[in-house]
Design a protein. Structure first.
Lengths: 112, 113
């Protein structure tokens, strides 16, 4: 049973650049949520995708955008990177209307 | 007031002891509660979830929920050094359009051999 997968595992970018992170949900799951975890903090909700639509969004600027594909995989895009965007980006998958979310290994982004 | 609060620790217990981790939440309408374990440099791993008042046991872990006091806790019996990690409490408000988990900062637990 394949768990949640994310790519890449690590990424280094410079300020102003754009980045795309990818996530494949756990087998059988159709809903993907993205979280940002800064060092020493708990994860913060960015947004959730279901049926290729953004279903709910947290308090993140429009520089953060996403997409879900027909196979339920998802991308997180961040434009105009800031130093403060350096964090662990976590993808979590679930079944629609199920509250239990399972996390992938994360992508660690460093912005220089 | 933060939505979900946890003592950041570190909480240090000897091997074999009971570790008690606590969490309070501000939204009285919150409906489901989760405990995740996060090892250093890794992603959160779900340990338990609880929806109803009272206790829920799973192996060495017991989650306790008191909605009147807006309090949820995790007890780890017979603590092992491998339990040393940060424990994250997460809350889902539920309702028609609330799908996000709101996390506390986590409590760092150290189990000493």
């Amino acid at each position: 049973d394949a768990g949640v997968t994310q790519s890449p595992t690590h990424l280094i970018k410079t300020r102003g650049q754009q980045v795309t992170l990818r996530c494949s949900p756990k087998s059988g799951h159709d809903t993907v949520s993205w979280y940002q975890q800064a060092l020493g903090q708990g994860p913060q909700f960015i947004f959730q995708y279901y049926e290729e639509e953004e279903r709910q969004r947290g308090n993140f600027p429009d520089r953060f955008s996403g997409h879900q594909f027909p196979n339920y995989s998802s991308e997180l895009n961040v434009n105009a990177l800031l130093l403060g965007d350096s964090a662990l980006y976590l993808c979590a998958s679930s079944l629609v209307d199920a509250e239990t979310q399972y996390f992938g290994p994360g992508t660690r982004l460093l912005v220089l | 007031q933060k939505e979900v609060e946890q003592n950041s620790g570190p909480l240090s217990v000897p091997e074999g002891a009971i570790a008690s981790l606590n969490c309070t939440y501000s939204d009285r309408g919150s409906q489901s509660f989760f405990w995740y374990r996060q090892y250093s440099g890794k992603s959160p791993e779900l340990i338990m979830f609880i929806y109803s008042n009272g206790d829920k046991e799973d192996g060495r872990f017991t989650a306790q929920l008191n909605k009147a006091s807006q309090y949820v806790s995790l007890l780890i019996r017979d603590s092992q050094p491998s339990d040393s990690a940060t424990y994250l409490c997460a809350v889902n408000k539920g309702g028609g359009s609330n799908y996000k988990l709101t996390f506390g900062k986590g409590t760092l637990l150290t189990v000493n051999p």
